[in-house]
Design a protein around this ligand. Structure first.
Ligand code: ADP
Ligand code: MG
Length: 320
């Protein structure tokens, strides 16, 4: 017999927690938190709808990983330290194998960052997963979208564009070798939230955002919030081995500039501040690349790329 709502909660989502700031977890009408004194709590929610944000045939473990990863990425972009999560899960059917794998993917990531699942809701309906996360940041230490100043450098973590490449491969819009293709699909299914980097950027970055919609689109949000413009050097974009294999090169750059779902961090800072924080940023284990400069004049200009650069409006990436 398929498990019922309370079986699902008890069997897969009621893990204890040894976090001192969780006074009461799953099982009552609400969870109780005992937050650290003097800290602010960053709160974010993100929803993944089956068939909209992910293919319903995606491995359940990947869905479990990704629904938390996209939320931890929002905390990372604020410079917050993750603490707890709530899970609103809507399932078309109580498929024990699917739920088991989903919970496995979710808790593997939660454990990596000592995140406690403190509550949620379980309902029947079209596949939909909504996760709420809570994290800590000291007052005034958070990384906001506003704060970028003309003359500062623009940096990105990792190699953006590869998740969109994975999606294009999964949809048969592009060809890749099996090895490179597997890497791209992995990036689509298992995005790694840049939590340690975000925390190391407190007091370093003047503004930050995570890349969910695409580098140019999300940079556009940061620039708008900061009231500045920017120039990006397409030739400086860090391309993964899979993206370097894409031809023509302008197509690879298009993935890097416009592809979403990477959950890399994009931030601005004076280069000296980044140099001074090098040890902490290196310890976070994610490469950082300077890709451009903040300008006083509004608008986003992409230069380089064989001089086929063109001006980009507020709507984000169009063509170059
Ligand atoms: P209520 O009827 O008060 O909303 P529920 O029956 O929905 O309570 O949930 C019972 C308990 O299980 C609550 O503590 C709730 O937070 C928790 N819970 C429900 N679904 C999940 C889930 N998918 N993951 C984690 N906790 C859950
Ligand atoms: Mg409920």
């Amino acid at each position: 017999m398929a498990p019922g709502e309370f079986d699902i909660i008890a069997r897969w989502f009621s893990r204890g927690t040894n976090r001192g700031d969780v006074a009461l977890g799953v099982g009552d009408d609400a969870a109780l938190l005992a937050p650290r004194a003097g800290m602010r709590i960053a709160v974010a929610v993100d929803t993944l709808v089956g068939g909209v944000h992910f293919d319903v045939a995606t491995p359940a473990a990947a869905v479990g990983h990704k629904c938390l990863a996209v939320n931890l990425s929002d905390l990372a972009a604020m410079g917050a330290e993750p603490a707890a999560a709530l899970l609103a899960l809507t399932l078309p059917a109580a498929d024990a194998h699917w739920i088991e794998a989903f919970a496995g993917g979710l808790f593997a990531l939660a454990d990596r960052y000592s995140v406690a699942l403190i509550g949620g809701d379980t309902t029947r309906g079209p596949l939909c997963i909504s996760v709420t996360v809570l994290g800590y940041v000291a007052p005034g230490r958070e990384l906001r979208r506003a704060g970028a100043r003309p003359g500062e450098a623009i940096y990105v973590t990792g190699t953006p564009g590869e998740a969109a490449l994975g999606l294009a491969l999964a949809q048969g819009r592009i060809d890749l070798s099996p090895v490179l293709g597997a890497l791209a699909i992995e990036r689509l299914h298992q995005p790694q939230p840049r939590v340690a980097t975000g925390m190391a950027l407190r007091g370093v970055a003047s503004a930050a955002i995570d890349i969910s919609d695409g580098l140019c689109a999300d940079l556009g949000h940061l620039l708008a919030a900061s009231g500045v413009g920017a120039e990006i050097d397409a030739d400086a974009l860090p391309l993964s081995p899979a993206l370097r294999a894409v031809t023509p090169r302008t197509r690879a750059l298009e993935f890097a500039l416009a592809g979403g779902d990477d959950y890399e961090l994009l931030f601005t800072a004076p280069p000296e501040a980044v140099d001074a924080a090098k040890a902490a940023l290196d310890a976070a284990g994610v490469p950082i690349t300077r890709i451009g400069t903040v300008r006083a004049q509004p608008g986003l200009v992409v230069s380089g790329a064989d001089d086929s650069g063109a001006r980009l409006g507020a709507g984000g990436f169009r063509h170059f």
